[in-house]
Design a protein around this ligand. Structure first.
Ligand code: XMP
Length: 515
């Protein structure tokens, strides 16, 4: 990450795979950033990237509805790679012709590689690639050459080696393209001259400099939730500012067994962070009394959280900065990705519902990172693996895993059962194969027999899913003997549960949580 020339810019023309391009590049330790397709050439130049990538997208270059972009960008003297629609765009701009010959390719194809070239170096002939296109190049731009064709006879890669411009019809960023990483590697290192300096260590030292420069002698308040992102923010700020940072964990009483204590121990005793644990569980439970509707639960918890945070913030003194663990995908999804390295900090007056008179500047040091990168930064900062590799956990916590009304007794039952479930998954080395696993307390009582006595107790649901981003998910195929062990252990040791069921619904049609 040099402060002068920096990473690769990806112009997003609306492909469903744009985020994947960014990830694949960063996996090879080169910084990458997604920018909107209509970014101005002057803005691109201001970024000073090593190279540009034009993503795929749904439109056709030859229609009046083609996605607009600043043609001046193509006049910049930078290495460029077009992917799918990006190939059509580069080809069209440089004087080639793109048409729809009703000969689309969707899914696997194999490459016939026509020439020795830097882009496809070390890629064997016949390699499998992933296609998803209808339009194709029917006439090459002057001075461009075909580098590969697909097994269907369609132009699959083209280039103008002396101008350092290349384009591929297939998607090197998806896992189905067997040599995709090699192709991206060739573009970054053989063509664009990138340096592999996007590492957790570099990220941390760069952020420390920026945070110090911004905060100066000021005081920072850091909200911690018990999860990975906010813990990493607290650890990073502590490394940068020491005693100028106060972290606060509001315990709403809806966390898992020992979760708040473990997080506080890792930060306070492990790293020396000044963290306050504020027990607000009574107040939250009182406000949730008699509430069964999931959306009302969420609303109450959200409002109460803001109130509790505001209250403890005021009690802790004067703070000019508020730090939070916003990640890159949060910004991309909300369409709010900020441009440029200076955007690490932005002024904010009403953070997530805090009152207007609480005037903070917002610090979001993880706003350039994907989740897996946050985990690597957390490891480098010395946070324990048990915290870093934890499954995602929803803000409203166990409240959305107790179907129906929440009571202290039901929370206790669920906490115990959930803890046993997760412990068995750890013992069986299955925890890390699963994206998210949890227990759900269902407001149904069923009859059982234990010893010689009839029981009439609660039903418990177990959920385990595999997923990439939580948007879609499949239920995890837990081995029968493991299911059996979990069920036995829970029914034998948790008073109040006498039956266990396993959820075999994918998402869609189900959601991951039950509420
Ligand atoms: P669903 O249930 O919608 O969940 O398939 C997808 C992912 O989001 C988490 N989730 C939440 N996270 N507040 C959060 O912070 C919420 O209200 C919430 N609801 C669901 C869920 O745990 C899963 O990882």
């Amino acid at each position: 990450m040099s402060t002068s020339q920096r990473g690769i810019l990806i112009l997003d023309f609306g492909s469903q795979y744009t985020q994947l391009i960014a990830r694949r590049i960063r996996e090879q330790h080169v910084y990458s950033e997604i920018v909107p397709h209509d970014i101005a050439a002057s803005e691109v130049a201001r970024h000073n990237p090593y190279a540009l990538i034009f993503s795929g997208g749904p439109s056709s270059v030859y229609t009046s509805a083609a996605t607009r972009y600043d043609r001046e960008i193509l006049a910049l003297k930078l290495p460029m790679l077009g992917i799918c629609y990006g190939l059509h765009l580069l080809s069209d701009y440089h004087g080639g012709r793109v048409e729809n010959l009703n000969q689309g390719e969707y899914g696997f194809a194999n490459l016939e590689i026509d020439d020795d070239n830097n882009l496809l170096a070390q890629v064997p002939g016949g390699t499998q690639v992933w296609m998803s296109h209808q339009d194709q190049v029917v006439e090459l731009p002057p001075e461009w050459k075909i580098l590969a064709q697909s097994s269907n006879g369609i132009v699959a890669a083209i280039g103008n080696q002396s101008a350092q411009r290349y384009a591929v019809q297939f998607h090197p960023e998806v896992a189905h393209t067997v040599d995709g990483a090699t192709i991206l590697h060739n573009f970054m290192f053989k063509i664009a001259g990138c340096r592999p300096d996007w590492t957790p260590g570099n990220f941390i030292s760069q952020q420390i400099d920026r945070i110090r420069a911004t905060v100066g002698e000021g005081q920072v308040l850091c909200g911690v939730s018990g999860g990975v992102d906010s813990s990493v923010v607290a650890a990073l700020l502590h490394r940068a500012l020491g005693k100028q940072v106060t972290a606060v964990l509001i315990d709403h009483g809806l966390l898992r067994k020992n979760e708040a204590q473990q997080c506080v121990a890792a930060l306070r005793h492990g790293l020396g962070v000044n963290i306050q644990l504020v027990d607000e569980s009574r107040r939250f439970l009182t406000r949730l009394e008699g509430v069964s509707d999931p959306e009302r639960k969420r609303k109450i918890i959200g409002e109460q959280f803001i109130r509790a945070f505001e209250h403890s913030a005021r009690g802790l003194g004067a703070y000019q900065f508020l730090a939070q663990g916003t990640l890159y995908p949060d910004l991309i999804e909300s369409g709010g990705a900020q441009l440029g390295p200076a955007a690490v900090i932005k002024s904010h007056h009403n953070v997530g519902g805090l009152p207007d008179d609480m005037d903070f500047e917002l610090i979001e040091p993880l706003k350039d990172l994907f989740k897996d990168e946050v985990r690597r930064v957390g490891s480098e900062l010395g946070l324990p693996e048990s915290l870093i590799a934890r499954h995602p956990f929803p803000g409203p916590g166990l409240a959305v895993r107790i179907i129906g009304e929440i009571t202290a007794e039901r929370l206790e039952i669920l906490r115990e059962a959930d803890d046993i479930y997760l412990n068995v998954l750890h013992e069986e080395n299955l925890y890390h194969e699963i994206w998210q696993a949890f227990a759900v307390l269902i407001p149904v009582k069923t009859v059982g027999v234990m010893g010689d006595a009839r029981t009439y107790e609660n039903l418990l649901g177990l959920r385990a899913v595999v997923s990439v981003d939580g948007m879609t998910a499949d239920w995890f195929r837990l081995p029968q003997e493991v299911l059996s062990r979990i069920s036995n252990r829970i029914v034998n040791s948790v008073t109040g549960i006498n039956r266990v069921v396993y959820d075999i619904t994918s998402k869609p049609p189900g959601t991951i949580e039950w509420e």
